[in-house]
Design a protein around this ligand. Structure first.
Ligand code: SAM
Length: 285
């Protein structure tokens, strides 16, 4: 069981569990949960049902690292005494919008082996089916619950070029989609992935406005667990700001419109067509 480079210390296993369909539990996750000395769980009653399903009889202990440093320190003490511990959350991968960061950090600082047992994760599952660019993306967790903070948060992401991924609660989805339309515009591509791996799994894709309309019109689309994905900002959407205008005026002073637009596009990353039109409208004389 031990993967240890650290004397008699135990190992901390960070174990992913299903996000709905229990068929997604890996054999390795079952084996590890069966053989560790202790399972540290976010909610022991919830995890007891999972353990029962897989006939895992390992003792469960509650773990809340968001609120309680003592919990993490107690776990480190047990690991140092040679106990193997598995960390699980209610669903999916621990630490992904779930507890675990603190104990993993403390364990690594104490040179204790930290071993990932990978598996389901809602944001990765959603991204894998969204049909949005997946070469670069950023996971933003949950948006702030308060309207003003949420708006500021989204405004900071206005020019984010990577696909953005958010977790969202059903009772906030209409407000969040409305804020997204306000900030990113009605035409921005958006995907809402709901109830992944469960009976009512649904993936809605369209413009932000279209998805908002679907969700407003159908109460079923406001139920369950959900992931919102927003396509990143495209250079072609960038505004011609004062800096670009200044650059274009300098170029136009020396070059014909077509060449100025071409060089301007290379420097700024903006669309040549848009700069060509701007140059026609603003050429000197
Ligand atoms: N650690 C988990 C993971 O790996 O995805 C996420 C935990 S976070 C507290 C819970 C949120 O994840 C939900 O509110 C929802 O946004 C998202 N989520 C979890 N399961 C999901 C599912 N089956 N379908 C869609 N979203 C899900």
């Amino acid at each position: 069981m031990k993967n240890s480079t650290t004397g008699g210390a135990g190992a901390l296993y960070v174990v992913a569990t299903p996000i709905g369909n229990l068929g997604d539990m890996s054999q390795r996750a079952i084996d590890v949960l069966n053989t560790v000395d202790l399972i540290a769980a976010e909610d022991t009653r919830h995890s007891a049902r999972l353990c029962q399903h897989f006939s895992i009889n390992t003792p469960l202990k509650a773990y809340h690292d968001y609120s309680d440093q003592a919990h993490s320190e107690a776990m480190i003490a047990q690991l140092k005494m040679g106990k193997d511990i598995a960390l699980i959350s209610d669903a999916g991968t621990p630490l992904i919008s779930d507890p675990g960061y603190r104990v993993v950090k403390l364990a690594r600082d104490a040179d204790i082996d930290v071993v990932p047992i990978p598996g389901a994760c809602a944001m990765a599952a959603a991204l894998s089916v969204a049909g949005l660019p997946s070469d670069r993306f950023c996971f933003e967790g949950f948006l702030p619950a308060k309207a003003g903070q949420r708006l500021n948060y989204l405004q900071d992401l206005m020019e984010e070029e990577r696909t953005m991924i958010f977790y969202e609660a059903p009772h906030r989805i209409v407000d969040s989609l409305t804020a997204i339309v306000d900030v990113f515009g009605a035409e921005r591509e958006l995907v809402l992935a709901r109830e992944i791996t469960k009976t009512f799994e649904t993936v809605l894709a369209g413009t932000a406005h279209e998805v908002l309309q679907r969700v407003e019109a159908d109460p079923n689309q406001r139920k369950g667990e959900m992931v919102v994905l927003i396509k990143g900002f495209e250079a072609s959407e960038k505004q011609i700001d004062a800096k670009v205008e200044h650059m274009m005026r300098c170029l136009l002073a020396q070059l014909p419109v077509k060449q100025a637009a071409q060089i301007g596009a290379e420097i700024s990353g903006l669309r040549k067509k848009a700069l060509y039109q701007w140059a026609l409208d603003n050429k000197p004389g």
